[in-house]
Design a protein around this ligand. Structure first.
Ligand code: PLP
Length: 382
């Protein structure tokens, strides 16, 4: 790619840049305050104090108790801990799981792995807009259902799920609800998603990569999935990543502080992008467009085109977007999310996710639309 091309990053759902202030705050914990937070000397105590402050801060921001927080190496590990840990600890009550079909692979694969331990998994499809209906969850539940997993907002479409209604059904039937809040955290508080446990990942809210947390409510039994030391009350072994934990707390607090103003600005940019694309390019459909969505996400299908081709040509022209879940990167499989919504093959194959963030500008949106027009026209004229 030519060095003259100005790069435009429209893939904030995959990851966000680390906030500069957060980076500065983390820096001393790589060098000066380097102690192991489990060590019994002053170096260790300094690190442990930083972890305690960070834990308290995340707990306040999330409306949970510090004791309900278990640091992990990210959203994937948090989902593994929640789904496997809760299911295995409660297997004496039943071995049936209900999982929404639009979950991230971290949830789906965790649930499927449990089949080796005798669990059965029922998937619930969304409606055509990607919304999981509470009545469909209720219908899928059985007397032996112990855990239901429905994410707060989908990573591909940004569609926000009716978690309160779903939780009512799950609670009534005596099961636990796991809610992967990786995409919504920092934008929407956890309190908007009543559940028994949550997954968080710092790199989605301008924090560092490789750190996250499972928030598991008091009284919910679960077993550890990472055997090792006594860290995290013996429920997640492994030396704590002090700089990352400090960074996670600060980035969550900053994101919440800026959330309202930023959500509006990002949503305006997203809406402007969608309106321009819909007016200026034929054969475009918004996936999940009829549902309530996160302000950042825009999942568009371009009839007759291949989504992989679109992102390849966009990238050659400096625009970063993605098809499907970039977290399972390199994957050229079709989107299980869009397929479960009942969309036809062309719509699924031609989908591209654009996701906007803090640093995007109107000029970038205008430039990206111009590039997209050229890319689609080039593909269609082949
Ligand atoms: N859950 C959702 C909804 C995600 O979007 C992602 C990553 O994109 C994950 C889980 C995994 O998080 P991590 O990248 O921190 O492992």
């Amino acid at each position: 790619m030519s060095s003259q091309i100005k790069k435009i990053y429209l893939d904030h759902a995959a990851t966000t840049p680390l906030d500069g202030g957060v980076f500065n705050l983390m820096a001393p914990y790589f060098t000066d305050v380097f102690g192991n937070a489990s060590s019994q000397h002053s170096f260790g105590r300094e690190a442990a104090n930083a972890v305690t402050s960070a834990r308290d801060k995340i707990a306040v921001e999330s409306g949970i108790s510090p004791a309900e927080l278990y640091f992990t190496c990210g959203g994937t590990e948090a989902d593994n801990l929640g789904i496997k840990g809760i299911s295995l600890a409660n297997a004496d009550r039943g071995k049936h799981l209900v999982i929404s079909a639009v979950e991230h692979p971290a949830v789906i694969e965790s649930a499927l792995d449990l089949r080796a331990f005798g669990f059965e998994v029922t998937f619930v499809n969304p409606d055509g807009n990607g919304v999981i209906r509470a009545e469909d969850v209720a219908r899928a539940m059985r007397g032996d259902t112990i855990l239901v997993a429905v994410m707060s907002a989908n990573n591909e479409t940004g569609v926000i799920q009716p978690i309160s209604e779903i939780y009512d059904e799950v609670y009534k039937r005596g099961a636990y609800l796991w809610c992967d809040c990786v995409q919504s955290a920092g934008v929407m508080p956890l309190s908007q998603f009543p559940a028994d446990g949550y997954a968080l990942s710092a790199h989605k809210f301008y924090g560092p990569k490789g750190v996250g947390a499972a928030c598991i409510k008091k009284g919910v039994r679960f077993t550890r999935q990472m055997s090792g030391g006594h860290q995290e009350r013996g429920l997640r072994g492994g030396t704590l990543n002090t700089p990352a934990i400090v960074g996670m707390a600060e980035s969550l607090a900053l994101s919440h502080k800026r959330a309202q103003e930023e959500a509006k600005r990002v949503e305006d940019l997203r809406d402007m992008f969608e309106n321009l694309v819909l007016c200026q390019i034929d054969g475009v459909a918004v996936n999940g467009g009829g549902a309530r969505r996160l302000p950042s996400h825009s999942n568009l299908s371009f009839s007759g085109c291949d989504g992989q081709n679109i992102i390849f040509l966009l990238d050659l022209n400096g625009v970063a977007a993605s098809t499907g879940a970039a977290c399972s990167s390199g994957a050229t499989t079709t989107s299980h999310v869009l397929t479960s919504m009942g969309l036809d093959e062309d719509r699924v194959k031609s989908a591209v996710r654009f996701s906007f963030g803090r640093d995007n500008t109107k000029d970038e949106v205008l430039a990206a639309v111009e590039i997209l027009k050229k890319v689609i026209s080039a593909i269609r004229s082949r």
